[in-house]
Ligand binder design. Sequence first.
Ligand code: ADP
Ligand code: MG
Length: 704
Amino acid sequence: MNIETKKVSISEVFGSNVFNEAMMKERLPKEIYKSLRKTLYEGAPLNSTLAEVVATAMKDWAIEKGATHFTHWFQPLTGITAEKHDAFISPTADGKVILEFSGKELIKGEPDASSFPSGGLRATFEARGYTAWDCTSPAFIKDDTLCIPTAFCSYTGEALDKKTPLLRSMEAISRQAIRVLKLFGNTTATKVITTVGPEQEYFLIDKGMYNKRKDLIFTGRTLFGARPPKGQELEDHYFGTLKERVSAFMKELDEELWKLGVSAKTKHNEVAPSQHELAPIFSTTNIATDHKQLTLEMMKKIASRHGLVCLLHEKPFAGVNGSGKHNNWSMGTDDGQNLLDPGHTPHENAQFLVFLCAVIKAVDEYADLLRASAATPGNDHRLGANEAPPAIISIFLGEQLEDILEQIENNGGAKNSKQGGFLKIGVSTLPDLPKDSTDRNRTSPFAFTGNKFEFRMVGSSASIAEPNCILNTIVAEELGQIADRLEDAKDFETEVQKILKEITKNHKRIIFNGNNYSNEWELEAGKRGLPNIRSTVEAITTYISEKNIRLIEKHNILSRAETRARYEIALENYIKTINIEALTMLEIAKRQILPTAINYTGRMADVVNSLKATGLPVDSSAQNELLMEVSALAASFKKNISALETALDKTSNSHGDTFKQACMYRDEVFLAMEILRQDGDKLEVIIDAELWPMPTYGEMLFNV
Ligand code: ADP
Ligand code: MG
């Protein structure tokens, strides 16, 4: 990577718009800084004197940086971030203003929240929600506004956002992991932190073309569009040289993200034409989630400055690879140990295997929940649609690790790869584990990659809050169960062995090292009893199964009512999304494609007539055939427009059971949309290019 930007160095730019720890240390009185650190790292309560001093320092810093406003920045259940800007000004008696920002304003905000989804949690008469400062994620300046990361709750205390359950899940996993670590004799770690490095895929297309596509504007994906003559088959885009315009965009994006303290590191072209990827260096889950939201926002904003539009939808183009994000996840101690890193000693290796097996058991027992955490209508086009990764969750471990687990299951121990011979598994006698298995499986939805797991199902437009919240919670549950057993065990080593053996035996069905895209795997997974949950509607239903509600309640992540509310919101979101897509499709079909087809047949009829009128023996079979073909397609297209209208009417008027309605959208409306698209795409490839009312795939994908 180019370390030097235009004039300033990365180290000067990085974090320059963030009120980070270095800034706090510089600007806060020593004692205050010390107490704030206590709050940050030990969860000590935040008192009002402390907040007052921090607020003033924050305000002074922000004003020096040119900020005029502040906002509580939060992540409501819409999936995007929300902000309401307030100026720093306060009127004085003499008609002037002073710049003010109190501790109270830092700690708590009261946005009118009646228009945010609450899934029925907040009755409309209680419109206010409140936001509370999350001091574990640093404040930053964006658009001359001091942004304070906050959690968002209803007045009665229910979580109305994505951050609150995520923070709770981080506490849950830390609590259980520390119990296990203590049993392994660790006396120094006080906290276990989950870390995430989310890779992000996206498309860049020309803004002028985007503006001519109603489907992209209203839905983020193309609802019509024939395959271009060239797609991604030559794989000549992957890691290819960056085009100038793209490179300029990426450079500016990097710089803007660095200013915000987002450690954007890797950038390259992806497999599909016009598709790219950005990966940051991993950080604490909470901060990684905030940074992810900022990254998505910046991508859109900066693309616009370059005459481009950044498409974050999971499947903007049919027949072309979609976009996801790879959620690289691990857990580490506050004294610097990565718990998913095989160690150097047998003792460390035994501990590693316990944490690894906790993840294996968690993913097997809660595959449905993990799948649900990645479920969005957009992602339905990727998962289970013959494209990476499938809707079936399985774990890739790599051959060596799988072999070790197999031996543990069969013999209770494993061969020592270096010294040969057979070793009984025990804390003191575990063989060396392979360090970084070089084989990578790019088709696995949940792959072990040496010292972390890569959850590859998450969609490109999604927040990573939910998947990580679920991951943390399910692993917390398993670590808790393991800790329960080990705490009661007579002989620690024997019990460790027993646990590893049991988990391997009972949960090996989730491990699969082969090609996840193959049909054989789908069959095999069925035999193994692994769930294959194809659509969002089915996936989110698992949120409210008794087993899952209980788990989430048990670890204080969400109450029963809160979970129920989230399910309702997800269901409604599904319905609204498909409804908007269907309406957009009808608009394009009726007002753009059908008129074009009619126009074209009219022209062709004129040509046929004028040829006839010449009285010459001209061969007009081409014109005749084209006229017949387009007319027939137009008739079929018109019929299918009516069919979609009927399906949509019936579905949108079916009040009552939201779940049933969502199923109707999935089965009837969606199907009618697919059928309508087929005729539309056929028309596109025979009608005169000059007449076609919108840019084609070829034009959009190969233009930038
Ligand atoms: P790939 O080979 O999948 O392209 P890399 O090895 O470059 O990926 O890493 C991908 C991501 O994984 C990066 O964002 C990186 O910061 C992140 N990562 C590395 N170590 C960890 C960890 N311990 N916890 C979470 N994420 C991590
Ligand atoms: Mg990756």
